[in-house]
Unconditional design. Structure first.
Ligand code: GLP
Length: 246
């Protein structure tokens, strides 16, 4: 794993965006795995700015997002589809026919939806770069701490830690946060050819220590990344603060 500690979120976003832009310019039909949450927002801004300067086109890429809340409509302001449209897709020339999401379906449809998504990633030839954030409890996508690493997309019951971290977005519009989500499995993430993870802020320091220096265990889902051959982790000083200390 390459661990790169930078001054702030802006410096991180420049380097992370650069990796993605280079990938697209080397292979116009790249398959990109995108993440939501606060961590990648600045990176998406840098990509939009490059697009506006005519340095990159997203027209031919295929995208797969990591996860989506269950029981949510894609036009809901808190859906991850809406987030991606708002932060990246709607501001570039991305072809929406090539944008893939797990849909926020009802529980009874989840199994078929997960199977569809798994096959769709396979048909696309796999993911070239998967961008990731990390939860304060070490989750990636919505792979919550548990007893096993899941291979394929699945329906997950969210932990209290995640509900506490994300409820604010729903409360802001007077809504209640769903307690279930659909997410790529750890296997889907690990099959990506390259992985770029971004973390900032002191609240992520414990999870980052477990990811980089802890044992590989489903109790910290992100720790599995130690076994991937091409992972770059961008941190600010706060999120890196516990590294190297016992
Ligand atoms: C969310 C998402 C993850 C994200 C993580 C961190 O719940 N499911 O994909 O990486 O939690 O979010 P943030 O970047 O807002 O801290």
């Amino acid at each position: 794993m390459k661990v790169i500690v930078l001054e702030n979120a802006f410096e991180i976003s420049k380097q992370a965006a650069d990796i993605i832009i280079r990938q697209i310019n080397n292979k116009h039909g790249s398959v990109l795995g995108f993440a939501t949450g606060a961590s990648p927002v600045e990176t998406y801004k840098r990509i939009v700015e490059s697009y506006e300067r005519g340095e990159v086109s997203l027209k031919h890429i295929t995208t797969f997002n990591l996860d989506e809340y269950a029981d949510i409509d894609r036009e809901n302001v808190n859906s991850y589809y809406y987030f991606m449209k708002d932060n990246l897709f709607g501001k570039t020339d991305v072809n929406f026919d090539k944008v893939n999401f797990l849909s926020g379906v009802k529980h009874e449809e989840a199994e078929a939806e997960c199977e569809r998504y798994y096959n769709k990633i396979k048909e696309a030839g796999g993911i070239d770069i998967q961008l990731l954030g990390i939860g304060v409890n070490g989750h990636i996508g919505f792979n919550e701490p548990g007893d096993e690493f899941m291979d394929r997309p699945f329906l997950v019951e969210l932990t209290q830690s995640t509900i506490d971290a994300n409820s604010k977005y729903f409360e802001a519009v007077g809504a209640k946060m769903p307690h279930y989500a659909l997410t790529m499995g750890i296997g889907d993430i690990m099959r990506a050819k390259k992985i770029v993870l971004i973390a900032t802020g002191a609240s992520k320091a414990k999870a980052i220590k477990a990811l980089v220096e802890g044992e590989v265990t489903p109790e910290c889902p992100a720790s599995i990344l130690q076994l991937h051959s091409d992972v770059t982790i961008f941190l600010d000083k706060e999120s890196a603060a516990l590294l190297g200390n016992s």
